[in-house]
Each structure stands twice: as C-alpha cells, then as structure tokens.
Design a binder for this molecule. Structure first.
Ligand code: ADP
Length: 333
C-alpha cells in the first residue's frame, strides 16, 4: 500500500495554498482534502485558490478549514473548480500571480493538474522564487516521472463498465463495436481498458496501424467463429478514425457501431485506489513543502512516493509498453 514518506526536518510555513488547473479528474477533491487537513495538522493556514491560475490572478483565494473539505472525498470534479488561463503564459502575469500570493502571506503553493499546469508553476517559481509543488491529476496517466496519476484508475473503471454493457448488446446482435476512449495523445486508458474489458484489439496513438490490418484481424476472428468484437480506440489516434474503420467494415458486409464514451470518463465517484493515491500524494506534497522542497512533482515510482524535479517531468513523454497491446490481442484470441 502506498504510504507517505518520512520527510524531515520540517520547516514551518505559516500559510500555503492549493489550486486545481487544466482538465479535471476524479480524485482531485480527495487531494484537496488531504492538502487542507495535512497542512492544518502541520500548523499551517491553508488557502484555496478558485478556478486555477485565472482565479489566482483575480485574487479568488479563501481560507479553507477542516470543515470546508468535509464530505468531498467521494465526489468527482473539483470543489475549487478549474480553468485554462492563457494569460499565465506571460512572464509579467506570473510575476503578478506570485505577488498576489505573497500579499496574502502565502509561502507555498500546491498545484494539482497536468503537464501544462506544472509548466506554469515551474516558471512562476523559477522567475519569482515562489515555492511550488505539483500533484499529478489527470485521467490520461501521461505524466512522466510517475507511474500513476489521480483519476486514471476511475476513468479506466468507467470505460470498462461501459464496455461490459456494450458487450451485452454486441453479442446479442452479433455486432462489432468500436469504443472510443479518452487519451489526447496517449493510449494508457485504451490499453488498460482493452485488457480489462477483453477487447479484440486496442488502437493507440503511440503505435499506428493501417486500417486494412485491423479489418483483417476482424476477418480472422470471424473465421474462428467469433460473432461479436470490441475494438478500443484512443481518441488521440486520429480524429474520425473509429468512423473510418466502421465504414471500411460496413463495405465488407459487417454492421459495426461506433460508441464514443467522451466526458463520461472524466466524472463520477473516484475509486478507492484514486482516493488513496490522492490522499497520500496530497499529504506528501504538503510535507515536502514544509521540508523546504519545491520545484518538483510528487509521484509514484515502484510503489513508493517520490519527489521528481519539474525539469524531469515537463514536456517529457511517458512511454507506453507495446507488450500490453500484444497481450490484449493474445488474451482476446
Ligand atoms: P494540464 O495541466 O491538464 O496539462 P493545460 O495544458 O491546459 O492542462 O494547462 C493548464 C494551464 O496551465 C494553462 O491554461 C495555463 O494557464 C498553464 N500553462 C500551460 N502551459 C503553460 C506554459 N507553457 N507557460 C505558462 N503556463 C502554462
């Protein structure tokens, strides 16, 4: 089980803040709760910044108490709300943001988000000396330096649940279903969903295949007596790919259906795994800040919490293991 690392010596920060930024992910609330309650337990005041960097620039910052985060661990989304903020790309604006935090007496910031949000935090710290720590929150699990991100497990469970339902109708009608799952530029959700949902094949942006190869795979399945199939497609593969494969299969006499799961994967109650991950990472972020650490993300490597410098995270790609794609096909054959 993931545990909070022993971090010492503790330096007392009097006041810290937390914000969520970029795409929301189930479990962000559990992370906010952990930051607030662990921070209070360490003797700090904890502030919540509303609507990511946009709210920070507007000064939407309020003290959070233990009761402010009561009854949120089981809720998807983020009570602090989130946003994308173009203005934060400007150096002068990041300076103003650091000044706003300082004027409120805040000495450190926890940023829960993805690669883009960490880039903003990293630049704000580098340019203005304002301590920031990142907590990886994204359903895509595409952040380098950590094996897991908050929201990924919930998104995969949601997608697998959908596939289980789709399979019922697919087998009743002897149909092929192309199920499109989220993953802007990575196939992590698709691969785990494909294996867990027993899909015939998984199409991911990292390893492109030609459509003919995919239709041949379906033909082979039919030759072996398969009457229904599920193909999982990561949305980032190529826009409209699912429909193109469906059209191709229609021309070969099949009657395929396309099902795009879309934003259903972002919402919903976080799984036990994501609540635990978010609680431990949120608390660890505070502990590191209190120990004078910053400019880094808390992550998970080999089952342990680690602190990874932002420079080893930002803009880096986390490689997907091709062997799991092969495994999905072998297990579905
Ligand atoms: P995520 O954090 O989920 O990757 P985004 O890429 O949309 O989401 O980034 C969220 C926000 O982080 C952006 O709207 C912007 O405010 C800030 N951000 C992203 N990239 C940069 C950058 N290069 N410089 C400064 N701020 C950035």
């Amino acid at each position: 089980m993931l545990t909070i690392p022993e971090i010492s010596p503790l330096k007392k920060l009097k006041s810290i803040a937390v914000l969520t930024s970029g795409g929301d992910a189930p479990g962000m609330n559990a992370a906010i709760r952990a930051v607030v309650r662990y921070g209070l337990a360490m003797g700090a005041e904890v502030h919540g910044v509303m609507k990511g960097y946009s709210g920070l620039l507007e000064g939407h910052i309020q003290p959070l108490h233990a009761s402010s985060v009561a009854n949120i661990i089981q809720r998807g989304g983020t009570i602090l709300k989130t946003d994308r903020c173009e203005a934060f790309f400007k150096k002068s604006v990041r300076k103003e943001a650091a000044n706003i935090l300082r004027r409120k007496g805040i000495e450190g910031l926890v940023v829960i988000g993805g690669d883009g949000s960490f880039t903003g935090a990293h630049l704000m710290e580098k340019e203005n000396g304002f301590p920031c720590i990142g907590v990886p929150g994204t359903i895509d699990n595409d952040i380098a330096g950590t094996e897991d991100t908050i929201g990924f497990d919930t998104a995969v469970n949601t997608a697998i649940d959908a596939i289980d339902r789709i399979r019922d109708t697919a087998s009743s009608h002897d149909r092929i279903f192309l199920v499109e799952v989220m993953g802007r530029s990575s196939g992590w959700i698709a691969v785990q969903t494909g294996i867990g949902g027993g899909a015939e094949t998984v199409l991911v942006p990292e390893f492109k295949e030609n459509i003919q190869g995919i239709t041949r795979l379906i033909d082979r399945g039919v030759d072996r007596g398969k009457t229904s199939s599920i193909i999982v497609v990561a949305e980032g593969y190529k826009p409209g790919l699912s429909q193109r494969i469906a059209d191709d299969l229609s021309h070969r006499g099949y009657s395929p259906k396309v099902c795009i799961l879309g934003h259903t994967q972002r919402g919903g109650t976080p799984t036990a795994h994501d609540r635990m991950l978010a609680s431990v990472l949120g608390a660890s972020a505070v502990a590191y800040l209190m120990a004078g650490k910053s400019g880094a993300m808390v992550g998970v490597q080999k089952g342990r919490v680690v602190l990874v410098p932002f420079r080893n995270v930002i803009g880096k790609k986390k490689d997907l293991d091709q062997s799991n794609l092969t495994l999905a096909r072998i297990l579905a054959s």
